[in-house]
Design a protein around this ligand. Structure first.
Ligand SMILES: Cc1cc2nc3c(=O)[nH]c(=O)nc-3n(C[C@H](O)[C@H](O)[C@H](O)COP(=O)(O)OP(=O)(O)OC[C@H]3O[C@@H](n4cnc5c(N)ncnc54)[C@H](O)[C@@H]3O)c2cc1C
Length: 394
């Protein structure tokens, strides 16, 4: 693997750097910490995504025919890095861009690709992922939401939980059970469900941060056209795996930006704050913790580049995405914990930097649960990357 940029890649970096410098909007004033709930903030984030899309910078590795830029995955990585440097707002349609769009590209019909992909990129339609249920999280194939065929439609009844962004979403990639006799992995179908359909109700859940970023979603006799099956009827497990692999492989790119910003802000903080009459930057323990976090972030970046280099040769993300998922989620938690320790009691105040430190610490608790827990990811690495047996023989 050669990690140096080619002259074309350097030109690409300069082009996107210049665009970001000219177009990143000033931070949204008054978004508070409850961004998704705030209508004005939602409008700000949607307008930003539209601007990014209009300039051809959304989903840049997607093919041009689907509204992307046809850029290489290396160029995508360059763009992410420039995004972090420019302190640009995140794209609101993160689930559409990172996991649902790539799944539609992998298994969707041409009509579905033409209908859904451009609006995922432009942010005109926000998506959520309806996989987890109260009794089916790690074991998602144990799901019980039912869909029964009625002519050209399926009638859906059941409940999902922890559905991020459902309260602002227009569409949902929903896993349902369509064959009740088959083994659990063989009776699942993936449906593209209009969240504005009659019978869909969304109940926000309060998180430890005070946000309501995820929800319970109830489906009561919701009619979904058969044309909205993504993949094949009763073969939804195949579709779900494509989504989960993309989730593990793609979400980390945005997380690099987040951790980099946390670290840059922490460096600025320790350079300006004092403890016992001396700058915190002179405290040897604070210095070591920050240097360690920096090292780990660089390792994460190198591994991401390695994964991207591999993906550019074979476009199907493999189980090794779980390595990155474990690494970024635990690194993000360590970095936020270190920041709290370094800032001391001060860091726990909601009125320090608009509560950004305490919020970051609390929000990262969920990182080792969302997109598959660390235990499940370690099982995947053990079994599918290392070829170890499933567990102790009994
Ligand atoms: C912030 C956040 C956002 C989320 N967003 C979404 C979303 O948008 N859409 C969605 O569908 N879901 C979402 N989820 C749900 C998430 O995918 C599940 O919480 C996760 O898969 C775990 O499922 P569970 O909560 O039912 O826990 P369980 O599966 O009940 O697990 C409980 C504990 O048992 C362990 N465990 C379970 N099985 C095994 C095993 N075989 N081996 C070893 N240990 C095991 C787990 O690691 C965990 O520690 C989100 C979760 C969070 C925290």
């Amino acid at each position: 693997m050669d990690l140096r940029l080619t002259p074309e890649e350097e030109k690409f970096r300069d082009e996107c750097r210049a665009w970001l410098e000219a177009n990143v909007p000033p931070p949204f004033e008054g978004a508070g910490l409850n961004e998704e709930e705030n209508a004005e903030s939602l409008a700000y984030l949607k307008a930003w995504q539209k601007k990014v899309y209009d300039a051809g910078w959304a989903g840049i590795s997607w093919k041009k025919e689907y509204g992307g830029r046809g850029a290489t995955l290396i160029e995508q990585a360059i763009f992410q890095e420039e995004w972090a440097r420019a302190n640009a707002p995140m794209l609101i349609n993160v689930l559409g861009l990172s996991l649902i769009g790539p799944t539609i590209i992998a298994v969707g019909t041409e009509e579905q690709k033409k209908r859904f992909l451009p609006k995922i990129l432009s942010g005109e339609e926000i998506w959520c992922q309806g996989f987890s249920e109260p009794n089916a999280g790690s074991d998602v194939a144990g799901l019980g939401t039912k869909a029964v065929r009625d002519g050209d439609h399926f009638i859906v009844n059941g409940q999902k939980i922890w559905t991020s962004l459902a309260h602002v979403s227009d569409w949902c990639l929903l896993l349902v059970r369509t064959d009740f006799e088959a083994p659990k992995h063989k009776g699942i179908t993936a449906l593209l469900v209009d969240m504005h359909s009659e019978g869909v109700s969304v109940r926000p859940l309060k998180q430890i941060t005070g946000d309501s970023g995820f929800n319970e979603v109830f489906f009561s006799n919701v009619r979904v056209p058969v044309a909205n099956v993504l993949g094949e009827v009763n073969k939804g497990w195949h579709t779900a795996i494509a989504t989960l692999m993309n989730e593990r492989a793609n979400l980390g790119a945005g997380i690099y930006i987040q951790i980099k910003r946390t670290l840059d802000a922490l460096v600025e903080k320790v350079n300006t704050l004092q403890r016992n009459g001396k700058p915190i930057a002179q405290d040897p323990i604070a210095r070591q913790k920050i240097a360690q976090a920096y090292l780990e972030l660089e390792i994460f970046k190198l591994n991401s580049n390695r994964a991207i280099s591999k993906l550019s040769k074979s476009p199907i993300p493999g189980p090794e995405g779980s390595i990155q998922k474990i690494f970024w989620s635990e690194l993000n938690q360590r970095t936020q914990r270190d920041a709290m320790e370094i800032l001391g009691a001060h860091g726990q105040l909601w009125d320090l930097d608009d509560g950004k430190w305490v919020y970051g610490y609390l929000r990262t608790r969920g990182n080792t649960i969302e997109a598959g827990t660390s235990e499940i990811q370690r099982n995947i690495v053990a079994e599918r990357v290392l070829g170890l047996p499933k567990g102790y023989a009994r």
